[in-house]
Write a protein that binds this ligand. Structure first.
Ligand code: GLP
Length: 260
């Protein structure tokens, strides 16, 4: 794992954007995995700006989103479809047919999940998966106790996650109970995992994920098993890491060819 600690979320998001942009420039038909939530908003803003001002070309890129709420129509303002169109897809030149988000209205959910996994494989696998983390350590919607090798499937949200997402639905009671999410095994298959976390409320989940024992009780710990996981944090999210000084020292002493 490479842990990068920045003074604030803005600088952290600029590094994340440079990493994603480099992948797209080197491989114009790259396959990108996207996440939702507050955390990647500045990354998406940066990517949209790079498209507008620097001509970053998404014309051949394929995307797969991590998750979606079950039973919420794509056009619903709180759906993760709506989020992605509002914050990124409407602002870049990605062809609609190259965008993949789990179908929230699928009648046969197990079949849909199998098709989603197959579509990722057919696209050649995910080159870079953007991730945030829940306060309970979840990745995507893989809540604690998710199998570390799980695949795309239906999950039931914890009350903690429903409370954290209450604002988007105008109250906790309106947050769906069920979601479709890529599994931790699906995430592990991506060639690069790019996890961002900002703010004090993420500090514990980050410390456990990066420095705690690997356990299904903290899904973020699965990144310790990934050959190339980059974790980009602001100071607050890094505040409970025991080896924070070491990570900063390593980042400052990267060979120049390895810098982002
Ligand atoms: C949600 C999403 C995750 C996201 C996480 C953190 O439940 N399914 O993909 O990373 O919670 O959200 P936020 O970035 O808003 O803190």
């Amino acid at each position: 794992m490479e842990i990068i600690i920045q003074p604030d979320s803005q600088q952290a998001s600029q590094i994340a954007a440079r990493i994603v942009a480099k992948i797209v420039k080197e491989k114009p038909d790259a396959v990108l995995g996207f996440a939702t939530g507050n955390t990647p908003l500045q990354l998406y803003k940066n990517l949209a700006r790079m498209h507008r001002e620097e001509g970053l070309d998404f014309g051949r890129v394929t995307t797969f989103n991590l998750d979606e709420y079950v039973g919420i129509p794509p056009v619903h303002p709180s759906s993760l479809h709506s989020y992605m169109w509002a914050h990124l897809f409407s602002q870049i030149n990605i062809p609609r047919e190259r965008i993949n988000i789990p179908d929230s209205l699928a009648t046969d959910i197990p079949a849909l999940c199998r098709q989603y996994e197959q579509a990722i494989r057919s696209a050649g696998g995910i080159d870079a998966q953007v991730l945030g983390i829940g306060t309970n350590g979840h990745l995507g919607f893989n809540e604690p106790s998710s199998s570390l090798y799980s695949r795309t499937r239906i999950k039931t949200l914890t009350e903690e996650t429903r409370l954290n997402n209450a604002a988007a639905f105008g109250g906790h009671d309106n947050v769906p109970l069920h979601v479709i999410t890529m599994g931790l095994g699906t995430i592990l298959d991506s060639r690069l995992c790019l996890l961002m976390a900002f703010g004090k409320k993420k500090a514990k989940a980050i410390a456990l994920s990066a420095e705690g024992p690997v356990t299904a009780a903290v899904p973020g710990t699965v990144l310790q098993l990934h050959p190339r996981a980059i974790i980009i944090l602001d100071k607050e999210a890094a505040s409970e890491l025991k080896m924070a000084d070491y990570y900063t020292w390593v980042y400052e002493h990267k060979p120049s060819w390895q810098k982002y």
